[in-house]
Write a protein that binds this ligand. Structure first.
Ligand SMILES: [Zn+2]
Ligand SMILES: [Zn+2]
Length: 354
């Protein structure tokens, strides 16, 4: 398999971000990403897709859209739409119609920051997903770095500390979002998880002092989505977007927090009598399945079945487990970083079926 890391949720100056597409691409390239998807609020920006270059490095910039109903008070239900290649924001008033339209267009619909707490100390409202009478969406944004920041700033003092050093406070996806994902998976829904920055970059001016918070490049070094593909990218934007999205559609991806240490190289596989599959795939239980976790460095590993932790390994680079029960299996790796245990890798599930 080939592995490509990218960020699938950020905003340019076409909505409430503070950078051009070219500057975002440059920041993502400097952060070591292979692709970046700009998802402006309620506007599909045409004509931006393609590779950008710096020296011998390249980055694929693609356009998605973050759609919601701006007339809804309070605002809720942000949806990330990919590969629609058309404007669908007028449908934001009806989430199910929007999801259907995204799929009809051949795209993918992910619920952005499905749980997103209010942060009164920075004037930010709760932007959670609330209309759960929906079906047919592709997955959820399991880890949104900016939602993580909102969740850790109950006081004005912490606002300033964590605005400059968000990594000090953020420990992983919101536990409520992880529990939500496990509940959805347990119902038999193949819900694909992605992880993103939601970077906007915020220039601040206080009197004569200017500074910038949440810089694109800094956030692109944090939570990313890593996609595993069978074919390599070849530098042709149309070919490569198809390779990436076809693999993501199959759940061949994991969420990596690349700030404590690069997550590139993580693998989660399941081997049966006849085949070996990866994250996102289904496999028949047969006489038992060998699950294998491989990490690029030692970490604390948790293996979960149907949302319950069934085994842990402390300070391991690899782990094996023989599954003798059907279920939805996923794994997490946690690392000590900045004085606390932080989520480092979150796999998509492997579905073992009877
Ligand atoms: Zn949003
Ligand atoms: Zn956003």
């Amino acid at each position: 398999m080939h592995e490509y890391s990218g960020n699938m949720h950020c905003h340019s100056s076409y909505s409430d971000g503070h950078g051009s597409h070219n500057r975002i691409a440059l920041a993502a390239l400097k952060a070591g990403l292979d692709f970046v998807i700009v998802t402006d609020h309620n506007i599909y920006v045409e004509g931006m897709d393609g590779y950008r270059f710096l020296g011998d490095k390249r980055i694929l910039l693609l356009t998605g859209e973050e759609i919601h109903d701006p007339a809804r008070i309070p605002q809720k239900n942000h949806l990330l739409a990919y590969e629609t290649r058309q404007e669908l924001s007028p449908l934001g008033v009806q989430p199910q119609k929007l999801i259907n339209a995204v799929r009809d267009a051949g795209g993918m619909a992910f619920l952005a920051h499905p749980i997103d707490p209010a942060a009164p100390s920075v004037g930010e409202p709760d932007l959670s997903w609330v209309d759960w009478n929906i079906e047919g969406y592709t997955g959820i944004e399991l880890w949104n770095y900016l939602s993580g920041f909102k969740a850790i700033i109950p006081t004005a003092l912490k606002k300033y500390l964590f605005a400059f050093f968000p990594a000090l406070g953020i420990r992983g996806p919101l536990p409520e979002t992880l529990a939500l994902w496990d509940r959805l998976l347990k119902k038999g829904k193949p819900v694909i998880a992605i992880g993103n920055s939601d970077a906007h970059e915020m220039p601040i001016q206080i009197g004569p002092i200017h500074f910038t918070l949440f810089k694109y490049e800094d956030l692109f070094r944090a939570v990313n989505t890593h996609i595993l593909t069978e074919d390599p990218l070849n530098g042709s934007a149309d070919h490569d977007r198809k390779v990436l999205f076809d693999s993501l559609r199959r759940g061949h991806a994991f969420v990596g927090y690349d700030r404590p240490a690069p997550t590139r190289g993580f693998r989660f596989t399941a081997a049966g009598d006849e085949e070996t599959v990866i994250m996102g795939d289904r496999i028949a239980l047969g006489n038992g399945i060998t699950l294998q976790v491989k990490l690029p460095r030692r970490a604390n590993i948790r293996l979960l079945r149907d949302g319950e932790c069934i085994q842990t390994w402390s300070h391991h680079e690899a782990a094996h487990y023989t599954a003798r029960e059907a279920g939805v299996y996923r794994c997490e790796a946690w690392l000590p970083f900045l004085g606390a245990s932080r989520a480092w890798v979150l796999s998509n599930p492997i579905y073992i079926q009877t």
